[in-house]
Design a protein. Sequence first.
Length: 559
Amino acid sequence: MTRFRWDVQNHQYEALLATFVRELETPVYVVGGAVRDHLLGRSQADIADVDILVGKDALTVSRRVADQLGWAYYPLDAERGFARLVLVPGSESDDSALRSPLICDIATVADGDLRVDLSSRDFTINAMAFMIDAEIACNLVGEGGFEVEVIDPHGGQADLAHGVVRDVNEDSLRNDSLRLLRAVRFAAQFNFALDPTTRTRIVEQADQIAQGSAERIRDELWKALALPAPHRVIKALSTLGLLPYLLPDAVKMMGVTQSLPHHVDVYQHTLLVMQYAGLLRDWLLSRPLSGPPYDQSVDGAPREWADVFDDPVHAAWRSVLSPWRDALTHHFCVPIVDKRMRAHWLVWNALFHDMGKPATRTEELQADGSMRFRFLAHEHVSADIARARLEEWRFGRNEINAAVQVVDAHMRPHSLDSSFSGLHISRRACHRFFRDTGEKADRPMGVDVVLLALADRMAIPAELNILVSAKEREYEMGAWLDYLAHAGELLTYAFAEDGLARTKLNPLVNGHLLMEQLQIEPGPELGNLLGRLAEAQAAGEIETSDEALTLAQSWLEKK
C-alpha cells in the first residue's frame, strides 16, 4: 500500500472527521475525489468536497455531528443512508473566511465491506480510500497532517500515473448511465485518455444516457463546460455517440454549409465560437489562457491550444476590453441565480447561438452561378431551441430567460457594426441596444450579448486562417479591428459614467413631473414620452429638466 501524508489544511474538516470517529467509536474512510486530488498534487486547501464512508447509522450520526459543529444537514437518500453536511462561508460556524462552501457527503459502507463499496464506484481513479481511526482522530486537529495508507484494490494509482480514465468493472457504466457523461468530463478535466475498453463500452451504451435524470445531466454538463476548452467536450460527446441523445439540435448543424465569410459548416463554426467564448470567460476569471502541452484529447485527436498572447487577433480584443476588465469581471462574476456564475453562461450561449440555422437555411442562386445561403431570423429559432433544452434540463426561470435573451439578440452587434461602418455608433443607437436587451440580476444583458457577439465574430479570422490567402487574412484583420472598435463603444456606453448609468439612474424627468407639468394621465402615452426623452438624453440632445419638458411639450403639440 502507498503511504502519504494527508494534510487537510482546513480545521473545519479536521474537526468534522475527528467528531465522526468519536461519535461512531469506529473508523471512517475518506474516499473518492479527495484521495484522487491529493495524489494528483492538488492542494488540500483547495478541496471543497470530501466524501466519507461510515460503518453504520450514517443519517443519525451525521445529524448529531452537524448539530455539534454547526454544519447544515441534508438527508439525501434516507433509504440508502446518504447524507450531506454543508458549511457555508460567513455562517456562524465559519471562522476561516471560506471562499466557497465546504461539502461533506456521508454514506454507509455498502454491505459493511469497504472493498465491495469501492467496487461499486465509477472509475478506478475515484475508487480509492484511506482510513481514519481513533488514534489518528485523537491527534488530528492542529497536528498539521497525518500518515495514511491508500486502499486501492482497482489500480487507481497506476491509472492516475498513466493518465487514464478506466471504469472499475464491466457493470460500472451500466449501473449508472450518467457515468457515460462523467467519463468525458474527467478525461477533459485531467487531460486524461479514455481506456480503450471503457471507450468501447461508452459507444455501445450511448443511447442509455437519456435515461439519467434531467437535473443530474444538467449538473454534469455544467461542470464539463466550465472546464478550459469547452468545445472539446462537445467534440468528445460527438465522437463517442452521446451528442445525438443529449443535444440532437447540435448534430443537425453538422454539414450545414454557409456562405462567405464562413469557410466551415455551422457545427464547426459553433465549436470555434465556444472555444473563444471559453477564452473570454477564462480571461475575465484570470485563468491561464494557454494550457499545458496537450498530447491527446478526450476524443482521441491531437490537441491544439495556441499561445493566444502571440496572436494579433487576440492581442486586439485584449487591448479593447482591458480598460473595462474590472467592470466586466464584476459583471460576469455575479450569478444570475445563487450558484451558477454568469461568466460560464458565455459558453452555453455560444453553444446555442446558431442552432436555429439548419431550420432557417435558404438557397439563392447568384448571377455568377454561385449559391448564397441565408439564415433569416435564425437567432429567434436558436433562442426557442435554447429555451426548450434548458427547460428540459430544469434550469431556473431567470437563467433560461437570460440565455434566451442573449441568444435572441446576438445578431444586434453585427447589425450595428454594419450600419455604422466607418462611423462611431451613435449614442441613441447604444441606448436602444441596451434598452432592448434589458437586464437580469441588476446587470445589463447587452454586455453579455456583446461578449457573445465578439466570440462569434472572432471565429471568422480563425476560419480564414485555415483556408484563404494572406491578402484575404489582412483584409479580414482590418474588418476585425473595426468590429472591435464598435464593440468597445458599446461597452464604453455600458460602463462609463456618462453612459447607461446616467440615463438609467439620473433621468432628467420622471413620470410624476410629466403628468404634473403637461397635464397628461398615466398610460401608454406617458411611457412613450419617457422612453423618447431617455433616448434624447442619451443622444445629448437635452441636458436639463426644463429642456426635457419643452421637448415633450413640442411632441404633444405635433400629435
